[in-house]
Design a protein around this ligand. Structure first.
Ligand code: ATP
Ligand code: MG
Length: 456
């Protein structure tokens, strides 16, 4: 591999900044290499998100070198030999060659030994595809673990003994699966086997680390086979889904059992954390609501209520951000609501979604994916979903009211009418909005006041 192969036409501002940092270290008399995702994604021709560098420079020398050159330096991980240097606006992580002992619950290993060779540093890295290094001046890929070969063949393989590597840091289990999902790779059989054998170790990893890696897994291009083949990992993190496994729906509207339907739905929604988490949790409540009618056909009436409850439990356990959690629960609760193909029904749903057109889009994405993951006879419903989107677009274009802030009547107007602020304010305003949505009253202050029976 030559420097041309790695650094020419796709050169980017981030790559240039990383090259600058690398030159500075070398000019200071040290070794320096690009490593990790930077090399992996470059070889795969994928966009680069961040740049990781590794060097034999001692910590203080690194800090001095960059400070003297006028760059901002953050001592982000002194104990672990990591500095973050801001070059041309890009924060670059530079880590001194090190070997790791066991990991604690958080991002970093408990014991760190600084080592003198790149070879030792690469041996501590998780997967062969992440254990390659490259220096554009030397121009050759350093690849002691045949990472380039695994990259070509689409294989995730631990560096060294997979059982031991998962013992050291169980988060690697999820990292293996998330790279497989993101890159559409498969697990090398020993690595895959070791994952199944090590699942319980995941309980020692912090909620924040699990949430971050699992969300990346969900948002990969290929989560379906991973969710199916490594359902034991999924259930370790989310026991709320266990009941869905092989749960026969016994209805002509579904060709998959509940869990397989969920996994298909995940793959069929857009790859955003919100959509993917909604899809994962939307039917978790189904097993608890299963009934069969006199013909033996299965039903799951009001299952969304239990799905929401289970999703709340999961959100709390993973300490998901508050706004994210609220949006997740709202759409899980509403995912199965019937929305008629009329402006009135669409506006009613917009109102229930807090007046948020973005959430209405998410609801439509969810309904579309849900349909695609049911029996083929349901496919005509796809047209209905697109019709709902078109109706919503019209409602927005015409600026029709579906939220309290669009209503031509406010709390202040009620005060001006001599009413005392209290819970009845929101009842009155909601009743006025419903009347406007139902076209029982125009969205005009005076009309609304008389509709509510309030004197001027
Ligand atoms: P991305 O940046 O796309 O998430 P990445 O591979 O760069 O992918 P980082 O978390 O940035 O992932 O880590 C950088 C490198 O550090 C990895 O490529 C790998 O070599 C090493 N690494 C990260 N986490 C671990 C870990 N838990 N165990 C061993 N090595 C790790
Ligand atoms: Mg990275």
């Amino acid at each position: 591999m030559t420097s041309e192969d790695l650094f020419s036409p796709k050169d980017s501002a981030l790559r240039k900044a990383a090259c600058l940092a690398l030159s500075l270290l070398e000019d200071g008399g040290f070794e320096a290499y690009f490593v990790g995702g930077f090399i992996r994604d470059t070889l795969l021709n994928r966009p680069i998100n961040d740049a990781d560098l590794t060097t034999n420079a001692p910590y203080e020398s690194m800090v001095r070198l960059f400070e003297n050159a006028g760059y901002t330096v953050h001592r982000t991980g002194e104990k672990h030999g990591t500095v973050t240097v801001v070059v041309e606006g890009f924060p670059l992580e530079i880590t001194r060659y090190r070997a790791d002992g066991a990991y604690e619950d958080h991002r970093h290993p408990t014991q760190v030994t600084f080592v003198s060779t790149l070879e030792e540093d690469l041996a501590r890295r998780d997967f062969t595809i992440n254990a390659m290094a490259y220096n554009p001046r030397i121009g050759a890929l350093v690849d002691y673990h045949n990472g380039a070969n695994d990259l070509r063949r689409g294989i995730i393989r631990c560096v060294g003994d997979p059982r031991q590597r998962f013992q050291e840091d169980a988060l690697r289990i999820l990292r293996a699966l998330r790279f497989a999902s993101q890159l559409n790779f498969t697990l090398e059989p020993e690595t895959g086997l070791a994952i199944h054998e090590s699942v319980e170790l995941l309980c020692s990893v912090s909620a924040e680390r699990l949430y971050s890696e699992f969300t990346k897994l969900l948002c990969g291009q290929n989560p379906f086979p991973i969710l199916m083949e490594y359902s034991d990992v999924v259930f370790q993190l989310i026991p709320e889904l266990k009941e869905s496994w092989k749960f026969d729906q016994m209805t002509p509207y579904h060709k998959y059992d509940v869990y397989e339907h969920i996994a298909h739905t995940v793959e069929n929604v857009p790859a955003t954390p919100l959509c993917r988490w909604i899809a994962l949790m939307h039917d978790a409540g189904k097993p608890a609501h299963f009934t069969r009618d006199e013909k033996g056909v299965g039903h799951f009436k009001r299952h969304a209520i239990t799905s929401e409850l289970l999703a709340r439990q999961v959100a709390e356990r993973f300490k998901m951000p508050r706004d994210f959690t609220e949006d997740l629960l709202l759409i899980v609760r509403r995912h199965d609501d019937v929305v008629e193909e009329t402006p009135r029904a669409v506006k009613r749903m917009l109102f229930k979604l807090g007046g948020r057109p973005d959430l209405f889009e998410v609801l439509c994405d969810m309904k579309r994916a849900d349909t695609l993951s049911q029996a083929d006879r349901c496919l005509p419903r796809l047209e209905m979903v697109e019709h709902l989107r078109a109706i919503a677009a019209d409602v927005l274009k015409e600026d029709e009211a579906f939220s309290l802030k669009q209503l031509d009547l406010s709390g202040e107007d009620l005060i001006a009418l001599g009413l005392k602020p209290g819970p009845q304010f929101s009842q009155l305003l909601n009743a006025a909005l419903e009347a406007v949505i139902d076209e029982a009253c125009p969205n005009e202050k005076e009309a609304l006041i008389s509709y509510l029976g309030l004197k001027q």
